[in-house]
Design a protein around this ligand. Structure first.
Ligand code: 2P0
Length: 353
C-alpha cells in the first residue's frame, strides 16, 4: 500500500507453547534444531505481537534499517538474527523485482520496523517466537512475497527457533530436517485450531522475573554435557512426535496430555542432567504439577496436562468440559501463590491474522 511514497504493512503474530519441546541446536548459525518439536498456537486475544514494517525512498539512507521494540529503538546491527531475517526477505523481494521490472524497488529502500508486544510485561513469557514471526510476516506482506508460511518459517527460524512455529495457527510441527543447509527444517500445520475446538490453555504466571539461563545458552550447555539429552533427541522425541500427531488427529486428550507432561518432564530432566545443572522449575511450579496430578486422580481420568518452558510458569492444557474444575481448583489452591493468569485460550485459538 503506497501512502505518499511510504509503503507499509501491519500484522500480528501469536505466541505458541510447545507440547514436544525444541531444545538443542545442531547448527547454531543456521539455527537448526537437534530434534523436531510440536506446539499449540494460542489465540491472539491477549498475547500477541503487533508489527508494522514500512519502507520509502524518502527514508534517509544514512539511517539504514531501523527497529523499534515496545517504543525503544534497538541496535539492529547488534542482532545477527534480525539481520539474517532482513537479508533473506530482501533477497526474495529482489527476485520479484528482477522478474518484473515494473515493480517499485522496495528492496533498495531503508526499512523501518515497529513492534509491540501486547502481553502484560508481568506475564514473563518469551516473546521471541511471536516477535520474529510478526517481523517476518510484516516484511513479507510489505514486499508482497508469494512464499507460503512454511517457506517463510525457514526465515523466522533464523530469528528464533520457536518463531517458525508462530506463522501458522492450530497445531504446528517444526520438522528438524536432515539437510545441512536447513532447507528441510521447516514448520508445517498438523491440524488447524478448528479441528479440536474444545482445547483450552491456561497460563499460570508463577514468576514474572527474567529467566536464570537464557534458552540459547541453556540448550547448548545441555547438548554438550547431558548424556540423557542424546537419548532424548535420538530416540524419545522421534517416537513422541508420531504419538502426538496421532493424539491430535484422533482428538485423544489423555494421549495428548500424557505425552505433553512426559515431554515437559524429560526436557527439565535434561536441564538438570546438564553441567552445570539448569533449574527452571521452582516450588510453585512443582505444586502446579502435583495439583494437575490430583485433579486427574480425583477425575478418575486424565483431564489436564501441565507443561513448562525455560522458566517456572505453567501452561495447563484441558478441554472446555472441565474448565470449571481446572480453573476453580487452581484458583482455590494455588491462586495466592501466583503473580497472574492468562487465558483460558481455546475457542479462539487461531493463527496469524
Ligand atoms: C520450545 N523453548 O519448543 C522450547 C521449550 C524453550 C523450552 O523454543 O535460540 O527462544 O532463539 O532458537 O526459540 C526457546 O528457545 O531459542 C524454546 P532460539 P528459542 O518452545
Amino acid at each position: 500500500m503506497a501512502d505518499s511514497n511510504v509503503f507499509r504493512a501491519t500484522t500480528t503474530a501469536p505466541v505458541n507453547i510447545a507440547v514436544i519441546k525444541y531444545w538443542g541446536k545442531r547448527d547454531a548459525t543456521l539455527n537448526l534444531p537437534t530434534n523436531s518439536s510440536l506446539s499449540v498456537t494460542l489465540s491472539q486475544k491477549s498475547l500477541r505481537t503487533v508489527t508494522t514494517a514500512s519502507c520509502s525512498p524518502n527514508y534517509p539512507a544514512a539511517d539504514g534499517d531501523t527497529l523499534t521494540l515496545n517504543g525503544k529503538p534497538e541496535n539492529i546491527n547488534a542482532s545477527k538474527r534480525t539481520l539474517a531475517c532482513l537479508s533473506s526477505l530482501r533477497t526474495l523481494r529482489k527476485e520479484l523485482e528482477s522478474a518484473d521490472p515494473s515493480l517499485p524497488k522496495l528492496s533498495s529502500y531503508p526499512l523501518r520496523v515497529v513492534s509491540e508486544n501486547n502481553f502484560p510485561t508481568a506475564a514473563g513469557l518469551a516473546s521471541s517466537a511471536a516477535g520474529f514471526a510478526a517481523l517476518v510476516r510484516a516484511i513479507a506482506d510489505l514486499y508482497e512475497l508469494p512464499q507460503s508460511p512454511t517457506d517463510l518459517s525457514k526465515i523466522a527460524r533464523q530469528g528464533s527457533g520457536s518463531a517458525c512455529r508462530s506463522l501458522q495457527g492450530g497445531y504446528v510441527a517444526w520438522r528438524a530436517g536432515t539437510k545441512e543447509d536447513g532447507s528441510d527444517s521447516v514448520a508445517e500445520e498438523v491440524a488447524p485450531a478448528s479441528h479440536w475446538p474444545e482445547m483450552r490453555a491456561l497460563i499460570l504466571v508463577v514468576s514474572a522475573e527474567k529467566k536464570d539461563v537464557p534458552s540459547t545458552t541453556g540448550m547448548q550447555t545441555t547438548v554438550h554435557t547431558s548424556p540423557l539429552f542424546a537419548t532424548r533427541a535420538e530416540h524419545i522425541v522421534p517416537k513422541r512426535m508420531i504419538g502426538m500427531e496421532e493424539a491430535i488427529t484422533k482428538r485423544d486428550f489423555p494421549a495428548f496430555a500424557d505425552l505433553t507432561m512426559r515431554d515437559s518432564n524429560n526436557f527439565h530432566a535434561c536441564c538438570l542432567d546438564s553441567e552445570p545443572p539448569i533449574f527452571y522449575l521452582n516450588d510453585v511450579s512443582r505444586a502446579a504439577i502435583r495439583l494437575v496430578n490430583d485433579i486427574n486422580r480425583v477425575a478418575g481420568k486424565v483431564v489436564a496436562a501441565y507443561t513448562f518452558d525455560a522458566g517456572p510458569n505453567a501452561v495447563i492444557y484441558y478441554l472446555d468440559e472441565v474448565s470449571e474444575i481446572v480453573g476453580g481448583t487452581f484458583k482455590a489452591i494455588l491462586g495466592g501463590e501466583l503473580e497472574g493468569w492468562e487465558g483460558p485460550f481455546g475457542d479462539r485459538l487461531k493463527g496469524v491474522s
